[in-house]
Design a protein around this ligand. Structure first.
Ligand code: DAH
Length: 344
């Protein structure tokens, strides 16, 4: 036993470790449950009584030495991860960055803007928190007019003659543009709108519209029809045809809703167009003289047309998205489908 103690003591003196891992291995080798020093303590039980005192002391010294040595080595050892880091080849190319892509609503919105830019339209913007006057009153919806019910409104303030509200349509930007500019006016107004609607596959409380306004001398319904036809062909393809159905909006007279020929079945009838061969894309009409006058434009001299479309709706028709909620849920599987889309 004496030789063994001396041998281990000598080994401890010579012991060298580089890493945490090596120190731990040495601790297990000498002091672990099955370690060499632990084994000597087991053996100690068999030592003759007269030798116990001497060997007991030697063993205790050995154990203390071993513990001190392990502590010392621990404090000097380099931790393993940085060892690996040092071994890394820093000249290797880095990990590729995961780039995002544009949202389908942004792509559709930009496409609409690009098309009307080509036709010579400027872009106008207005506030999302609007007042009653610009969203309703100046657009020929007097207080208590039943047409206000078509657009369930989020009010920001109440009990005021001109309460603040979240705009329900971008037609308010028409009014702000006519107040500021003198004809000829040719603008589109893209923006977010808000309606107090229950969220479903076909409705949401936040969505995007693009409004259009053209005012000059002698603007006619024929000009409106041509502008919409050219837009539809740029957006949905050169074979697209349009049809206009009489409709009602307080701010236009006459008013129409516009359908494009279904780009899936080409007019034959499918479940996207519900068998009709047509898809509704926007509302439009000749600006009501009351609206021109409310914003200081002489309705005897000038006439104009206006139109308004939902960007999500256009995007749904273009890419056959069947549920509006996909646009707002940030599901990467949906968003990645548009990563290779390029605007026209
Ligand atoms: N503001 C209408 C809406 O949100 C859309 C609209 C229809 C705008 C006809 C127009 C228009 O400028 O002429 O439902």
């Amino acid at each position: 036993m004496k030789e063994q103690i001396e041998k281990i003591m000598a080994e401890l003196n010579e012991l060298k470790c580089q890493t945490d891992k090596e120190v731990e291995e040495a601790r297990v080798r000498f002091l672990g449950k099955k370690g060499e020093i632990t084994a000597l303590f087991d053996e100690f039980r068999t030592v003759a009584p007269e030798m116990k005192r001497e060997f007991g002391q030697r063993l205790n010294v050995l154990k203390k030495e071993a513990q001190a040595k392990i502590e010392e080595l621990k404090s000097l050892a380099v931790s393993a991860p940085s060892q690996t880091a040092a071994a890394e080849d820093i000249t290797l190319p880095g990990d590729a960055l995961d780039l995002g892509s544009r949202h389908p609503v942004s792509i559709a919105r930009q496409e609409i803007i690009n098309i009307f830019r080509k036709f010579g339209y400027d872009i106008a913007e207005g506030p999302e928190i609007e007042d009653d006057y610009h969203v309703f009153e100046a657009l020929n919806f007097p207080a208590n007019h039943p047409a206000r019910d078509m657009q369930d409104t989020f009010f920001v303030s109440s009990g005021h003659p001109n309460p603040l509200l979240l705009r329900t349509h971008t037609s308010s930007v028409q009014v702000r543009t006519m107040e500021k500019m003198t004809p000829p006016i040719r603008v589109i107004c893209p923006g977010r709108v808000f309606r107090n609607e229950a969220i479903s596959a076909r409705a949401h409380c936040i969505f995007h519209q693009v409004e259009g306004l053209y005012i000059d001398e002698n603007v006619t319904f024929a000009d409106l029809k041509q502008a919409i036809l050219l837009f539809a062909r740029e957006m949905f393809g050169p074979d697209t045809s349009i049809r206009m159905r009489p409709s009602y909006f307080p701010f236009t007279e006459p008013s129409a809703e516009v359908d494009v020929s279904c780009n899936i079945c080409h007019g034959k009838g499918c479940n996207i167009c519900k068998g009709t061969g047509w898809l509704e894309i926007l509302g439009c009409g000749m600006v009501d003289p009351n609206v021109l006058e409310a914003s200081g434009i002489d309705s005897k001299k000038y006439s104009g047309f206006a139109f308004g479309m939902g960007v999500e709706r256009i995007a749904m028709l273009k890419w056959q998205v069947n549920d509006l909620r996909h646009y707002f849920e940030n599901d990467l599987r949906f968003l990645r489908e548009f990563s290779s889309c390029v605007e026209v």
